[in-house]
Design a protein around this ligand. Structure first.
Ligand SMILES: O=C1O[C@H](COP(=O)(O)O)[C@@H](O)[C@H](O)[C@H]1O
Length: 258
């Protein structure tokens, strides 16, 4: 994997403050990226992240962001129909995508009608086709390079559906992998692998739950744990920016900022 870029951690008082700052940050990055290359490829996770993106769907960003130039992908997905409650696509649609004018043809969701293994393979094929058609560049190490990954974490440091005690998190070959017995419901999922996640130009890690505070502290205070937490491995090619509120930062020293 290519060597990564800088890591920052910004701590704001409330979840509302994180939502406001995140919206401004994403809108700025979108404008800069679109002016440089003509489009903005964004990868979404599920979970609380989607609600924290809500400010992007309001003025001034609803009108000012060039949504027609966004390409949207998923960091992980549950292998269920897209209209099932567990679907990360449905979560993103209801909380974000339906509220902004991103063309439906620019949202690259899974084709769920197969085994988890096949769904993962199909999603990887879709990404390979987009690379061939020059919609996505390849990183120097041969993995697709998205402009931005927007990720949450689980209390155990899970990223996407890369869980701490599972082999998928050590996969350095596939672009997309599957899990048939996830420790969290529902059991069948697909997820981008670390080489793809860390090939992104930028990663925003958005954490606003108190229950995630320990994983945050382990990562930022470099507390040794075995196995290492997946979220501690996150490192984009340019910037990895953690957006925390006081709840998520509650196990870090006071006034923490890096
Ligand atoms: O199952 C999942 O959980 C993680 C973490 O969600 P959160 O609600 O604790 O923020 C999420 O990032 C992932 O996409 C999702 O599939």
């Amino acid at each position: 994997m290519a060597k990564g870029g800088a890591k920052h951690c910004t701590v704001l008082p409330t979840e509302e403050d994180v939502a406001v700052n995140l919206a401004r940050w994403v809108a700025d990055l979108s404008a800069k990226t679109i002016s440089e290359k003509g489009y903005f490829s964004v990868v979404l996770s599920g979970g609380t992240l989607i609600n924290t993106l809500r400010k992007l769907t309001e003025s001034p960003y609803k009108e000012s962001v060039n949504w027609w130039r966004w390409l949207v992908f998923w960091a992980d997905e549950r292998v269920v129909p897209l209209d099932y409650p567990y679907s990360n696509y449905l979560l993103a649609w209801n909380g974000f995508l339906s509220k902004v004018p991103i063309p439906k043809t620019s949202t690259y969701h899974i084709n769920y009608n197969a085994s988890a293994e096949h769904v993962a393979k199909n999603y990887e094929t879709l990404l390979r086709e987009l690379v061939e058609d020059k919609f996505l560049p390849l990183s120097p190490t041969g993995f697709p390079q998205f402009d931005l990954m927007l990720l949450g974490i689980g209390p155990d440091g899970t990223v996407g559906s890369l869980f701490p005690y599972r082999p998928q998190r050590y996969d350095v070959t596939d672009w997309v992998t599957s899990i048939a017995d996830s420790p969290e419901k529902p059991p069948k999922r697909i997820t981008l692998t670390f080489p793809v996640i860390n090939s992104a130009t930028d990663i925003a890690v958005v954490v606003t739950d108190k229950e995630d505070a320990e994983a945050v502290a382990i990562t930022w205070e470099h507390i040794p744990v075995t196995p290492t937490l997946p979220c501690s491995e996150l490192q984009a090619q340019r910037f990895t920016t953690w957006f925390l509120n006081h709840d998520a930062a509650s196990k870090l020293p006071p006034n923490y900022e890096k």
